[in-house]
Ligand binder design. Structure first.
Ligand SMILES: C[S@@+](CC[C@H](N)C(=O)[O-])C[C@H]1O[C@@H](n2cnc3c(N)ncnc32)[C@H](O)[C@@H]1O
Length: 286
């Protein structure tokens, strides 16, 4: 690869990390693939031309939007790592504090991609609420990508998406989705109205999400892994600030915050074999 090309790749790696936190420095193949997509969509023959445009014109609103939409990996599914929902979340909700809670339980899915995580949370909560009469739950879900949020808000998924990984049970599909062709399934209002989707870049001040907090439970799954350690630590601290005392932060199945939890007041704990974090009461700033 010519030196000039390397320079362009390094420039875009820094730009993407500055905009959304995602670190591509060590993965040139993936970076090149993403940049080729972006250049094509923006109408340039290759990433060098794309680079020249940005250098001459700066980052326009549209190009920033494109980077926020395309820089990330959006892999997700309904009930991804199912036990986190049916076991960990349900166990938390079944503790006496939550069973007796008079105010709404507040839950945030902090990098929700196309919405499957948030709808999975809502389905578990709906079942809990039907057994705990009078309890209220507010679920908010956010992502940096407007494309993902559009899909999440539409609530429309293919059958393949509903069944991906452990997916939804047939009775859950019947209860919560409508379909006219057995190919595309639309979340019913009863499900869609349980989740509020909004845009939040985790690198920026957490105003949009924070306006709905503080939260009892925050799902922060499969996003920190793409960040460099310093950004991971900063994001973890900001997100932990939005937890109520004794609130829970739920990371991805393979993620550990042990190195990042320095100033957060978070304590690692196991709920039926799944590792999550709880905010120690004395360190809460809320
Ligand atoms: C791999 S998906 C994880 C989705 C879901 N949490 C799950 O575990 O199935 C990662 C999501 O993080 C989002 N993301 C990446 N950087 C972000 C940032 N700085 N702020 C908010 N979301 C971000 C991406 O747009 C993507 O939708």
């Amino acid at each position: 690869m010519p030196d000039s090309h390397q320079y362009v790749l390094r420039y875009f790696a820094s730009l993407i990390e500055k905009e959304v936190g995602i670190r591509y420095k060590d993965d040139q193949y993936q970076l090149k693939k993403r940049l080729d997509d972006m250049s094509q969509i923006a109408g340039y023959a290759d990433c060098s031309q794309f680079y020249d445009f940005i250098k001459n014109n700066g980052l326009t609103v549209q190009l920033r939007e494109m980077i926020w939409n395309l820089a990330g990996n959006h892999e997700t599914s309904f009930f991804r790592n199912k036990m986190v929902f049916t076991n960990t979340l349900r166990s938390i909700l079944d503790t006496p504090d939550y069973q007796k809670m008079i105010r709404p339980v507040k839950i945030w899915s902090a990098a929700c991609s196309s919405g499957q995580e948030a709808y999975s949370i809502a389905i578990v909560c709906a079942k809990w609420q039907s057994q705990q009469r009078g309890r209220q739950v507010n679920v908010i879900a956010s992502d940096v990508s407007s494309d993902m949020l559009k899909k999440a808000t539409s609530g429309s998924y293919s059958l393949q998406e509903l069944n991906k990984d452990s997916g939804l049970l047939p009775e859950e599909i019947r209860e919560w989705f409508d379909t006219s062709d057995a190919k595309t399934y639309h979340a019913k209002t009863a499900l869609k109205s349980r989740v509020l989707f909004l845009r939040q870049n985790l690198l920026q001040p957490l105003r949009a999400a924070g306006a709905h907090g503080p939260f009892d439970i925050i799902f922060l799954r499969n996003v920190l892994i793409y960040f460099h350690e310093a950004i991971r630590k900063k994001v973890t601290e900001k997100v932990a600030d939005l937890l109520v005392p004794n609130g829970y932060l739920i990371p991805g199945a393979t993620e550990s915050l042990s190195l990042d939890a320095g100033n957060t007041g978070l304590e690692r704990m196991s709920v039926n074999g799944n590792f999550i974090y709880q905010k120690k009461p004395e360190t809460s700033v809320l």
